[in-house]
Design a protein around this ligand. Structure first.
Ligand SMILES: Nc1ncnc2c1ncn2[C@@H]1O[C@H](COP(=O)(O)OP(=O)(O)OP(=O)(O)O)[C@@H](O)[C@H]1O
Ligand SMILES: [Mg+2]
Length: 405
């Protein structure tokens, strides 16, 4: 296969000008410019826009056979097709919560999507203690719809089985298996943590009971082909403003356990809660914003559960005629959400891929305290998950956790 040339700030302009599908976006613009977006790690991204009318713009995302920032890290080009197919699928069920797709070019592994230039990455918004009045409704509904409509509760059994191979994503899944479910629990050179956490991390590494619980989740992650999950649904994959919420970057998607998406999102709210140790300027503001975040954990789950059950009731297939099964299914989902959420928190605190909420804390003492609180929330979620009965149990574990340093 011929090597594909990476686009550049120059060549991407000609690329865009040459595409019929983009003509209407740039109608009348003779001053098209581009700039590379360097926030991500994996793909090449450019904003291509008209200088005099910046609302005439698109995002061009190109997958290379390696991670853009770490060229030694090989990555399959097929992730671009998966991202395209999942964006389309999500767009079918939740058009208001995903960017529009202008084109997909399988030869150059390029996706051209709507420029969300009136939206902010949610993680950055939370660090500034912004409140979004509709985000729980939007994310809860997005998860309920995308997960329900791709599951065996809705699709006829044969149709669902035919979908599974389209979303086989072995290399990106292996990345998550290693980084989320394995490395943080063993002595591994990829791991890093703030020195003040040494003692807590030593105990985590010595805790084989904890490791066994994480491996139960890892096995579930690897084998439970329940729905098309986004598989990287953290607050860095959400762009929003007060009115709108858009979920981006589904390149990790595959047929996996629903609770992984729900848990990952709720975990990132809890991580921000812990990081407010630093980001809030006063104890009053900290308490106030934490109350909002804790409320978001509860409300997002409640919206998710309500919408999921409504869809099941109104549009579910005839294969599961049991009320008790419905109750058990939702309870299992909540308990698995706690487990997957815990795994997401731990890997962000003591594994390879840390998050801005904590990175940006320069003072190591404050960072250690915030991270120590995050670790204790995670440990409470994973250790107590089998006795969780309602979302308030998880919220309580967040609000009652204490830092150790
Ligand atoms: N549709 C969009 N409109 C505006 N900005 C976007 C859009 N999509 C992505 N971005 C910006 O580009 C950054 C990287 O995007 P994305 O996460 O899709 O890329 P990636 O290469 O897969 O990165 P990673 O997986 O490492 O986060 C986002 O954090 C956001 O700042
Ligand atoms: Mg990505």
């Amino acid at each position: 296969m011929a090597e594909v040339q990476p686009l550049t700030e120059e060549s991407v302009i000609d690329y865009v000008k040459g595409k019929e599908e983009l003509r209407s976006v740039f109608e009348g613009a003779d001053d098209i410019r581009s700039s590379q977006i360097t926030e991500g790690n994996v793909n090449l991204l450019f904003r291509v826009y008209s200088e005099s009318d910046p609302d005439k713009s698109v995002i061009v995302k190109q997958a290379l056979p390696y991670a853009w920032r770490y060229p030694d890290f090989k990555m399959p080009l097929d992730r671009s097709r998966i991202e395209y197919e999942v964006l389309r699928l999500e767009g079918k069920y939740c058009p208001e919560n995903v960017p529009k797709i202008y084109l997909y070019d399988p030869e150059l592994h390029v996706l051209v999507i709507e420029d969300l230039n009136h939206h902010l990455v949610m993680r950055e918004g939370l660090m500034k203690r912004k409140r979004y009045p509709h985000v729980a409704e939007h994310v809860g509904t997005f998860m309920a719809r995308t997960l329900f409509y791709t599951s065996d509760l809705y699709l006829p059994s044969e149709e669902k089985k035919a979908m599974v191979p389209k979303f086989i994503n072995p290399v990106l899944c292996k990345v998550q298996e290693d980084l989320v479910f394995t490395q943080p629990y063993i002595d591994h050179p990829n791991n890093r943590w703030t020195p003040g956490l040494d003692e807590q991390v030593r105990r985590i590494h010595a805790d084989d009971e904890l490791r066994s619980e994480i491996f139960m989740l890892k096995e579930l992650y690897m084998t439970h082909a329940q729905a098309v999950i986004h598989n990287d649904l953290h607050t860095g994959s959400i762009m929003l403003n007060e009115e709108e919420t858009k979920v981006v970057d589904p390149e990790f998607a595959f047929y996996g356990p629903m609770a992984h998406d729900v848990g990952t999102y709720l975990a990132n709210l809890a991580l921000n809660y812990a990081a407010q140790e630093y980001h809030s300027p006063t104890p009053e503001e900290r308490a106030d914003y934490r109350k909002w975040l804790a409320g978001q954990i509860a409300e997002t789950w409640q919206v998710f559960e309500r919408e999921f059950l409504r869809l099941w009731e109104e549009e579910g297939n005839d294969d599961w005629p049991s009320d008790a099964f419905r109750r058990k299914y939702m309870l299992q989902m909540l308990q698995d959400t706690a487990g997957f959420g815990a795994a997401e928190m731990m890997r962000r605190l003591i594994g390879l891929a840390h998050v801005h909420d904590f990175w940006t804390i320069e003072d190591e003492g404050i960072r250690a305290r915030a991270e120590s609180l995050g670790l204790n929330i995670a440990l409470a979620w994973v250790r107590n998950r089998r006795s969780v009965e309602k979302i308030d149990d998880l919220v309580e574990m967040v609000t009652e956790a204490k830092p150790e340093v």
